[in-house]
Design a protein around this ligand. Structure first.
Ligand SMILES: [Zn+2]
Length: 336
């Protein structure tokens, strides 16, 4: 399931091979889009927005067509793969929803949850319902940042009876929080996920904490560095939200070489490469590598304790059965 930082990472990865390039070939394998002809169109921009990745396309010279946006939502398993033009297929054909080719590269959109093509001037038809994007640089201080925060709080508390653990996942409240940041923000804020959002003592602080956690996991666009996701880089600070300050922590990796294989969560695909989250077990990793920081406080802690208090972690399904993100981990000791 994607988190907002996954989309920023994907954009960082795709921008160097797509931005400014003209598509030599495009094949959209979604029935509604099967007749779209995008060869000759140029990728003007590659931008993340919430959990969407937007490729803004300009038509070939002389075309009367309006600029369009190819928007993909990764949902559970979706990913964009970059290969050379002559490379063998990097994903099984039945998984591929989009093939884009430039002069140098072939990009495969595999297992995309949604793929849409809309006039760029009408992106709001697709994205207009989204709340403020927590990774929008405009959150940085100033009056505009304050307005974004106020709007996020207004949306968060608009239905005060709703459990905070569900409201945080609602992309129409704020965009970018997936299950990891839902679980981890609530743990750090000490909030029971079932608590009505209207009773949360510091709603602006909760959104600020979630934003800071997301932001700390966005690697620099360049140069390319390994940047595994973690939420445990925090320290006590009475002036911060919930008495905490999120730090951008040293990931413990030297700068990666271009082409180092990481997925969009920053996890090295090469399992032999050392790292705090080289496996998928989250908290299990530190037992094998005690010198390294745990990746998460509670998220995914199936058989390991809360990273904050050492007590047992509660797992439950919390959300609609149709929701990809209904798995909830939380600590009954830390979260009241
Ligand atoms: Zn705990």
């Amino acid at each position: 399931m994607p988190e907002g930082d996954s989309l920023v990472r994907a954009a960082h990865r795709l921008r160097p091979v797509l931005a400014g390039r003209t598509l030599a070939h495009a094949d959209l394998r979604v029935p509604r889009l099967a007749t779209a002809r995008l060869a000759g169109w140029t990728v003007a921009a590659v931008e993340p927005q919430g959990k969407w990745l937007l490729l803004r396309l300009t038509p070939p010279p002389g075309s009367a067509a309006a600029p369009h946006t190819l928007a993909s939502h990764l949902k559970m398993e979706g990913r964009w793969l970059v290969t050379g033009r002559q490379a063998r297929w990097a994903a099984p054909g039945w998984q591929v929803r989009a093939v884009l080719e430039t002069g140098e590269h072939r990009l495969l959109g595999a297992q995309l949850g949604r793929l849409e093509l809309v006039p760029t001037a009408h992106e709001d038809r697709l994205l207009g319902h989204l709340g403020p994007d927590l990774l929008d640089p405009a959150w940085d201080g100033g009056a505009h940042g304050a307005r974004l925060l106020a709007e996020g709080v207004r949306r968060l508390t608009a239905r005060p009876e709703r459990p905070v653990g569900l409201a945080l996942l609602d992309q129409s409240v704020v965009a970018g929080i997936g299950n990891i940041y839902r679980c981890e923000s609530l743990l750090l804020a000490g909030l029971d996920p079932h608590r009505p959002v209207g009773s949360v003592p510091d709603a602006p602080g909760l959104l600020t904490l979630a934003r800071d956690l997301l932001r700390a996991n966005v690697p620099p666009a360049a140069p390319y560095v390994s940047w595994p996701r973690t939420t445990t880089g925090v320290r006590a600070d009475p002036s911060g939200p919930y008495g905490l300050r999120v730090d951008v922590v040293d990931r413990g990796f030297p700068p990666g070489l271009p082409g180092t294989a990481l997925d969009d969560a920053g996890t090295p695909l090469d399992a032999t490469r050392p790292g705090p989250d080289a496996g998928t077990g989250g908290a299990a990793a530190p037992e094998a590598r005690p010198a390294r920081r745990a990746q998460y406080w509670v998220y995914g802690h199936r058989n390991s304790p809360c990273g904050r208090c050492g007590g047992p972690v509660t797992f439950e399904e919390f959300g609609s059965p149709q929701d990809d993100e209904r798995q909830l981990w939380w600590c009954r000791t830390c979260q009241r």
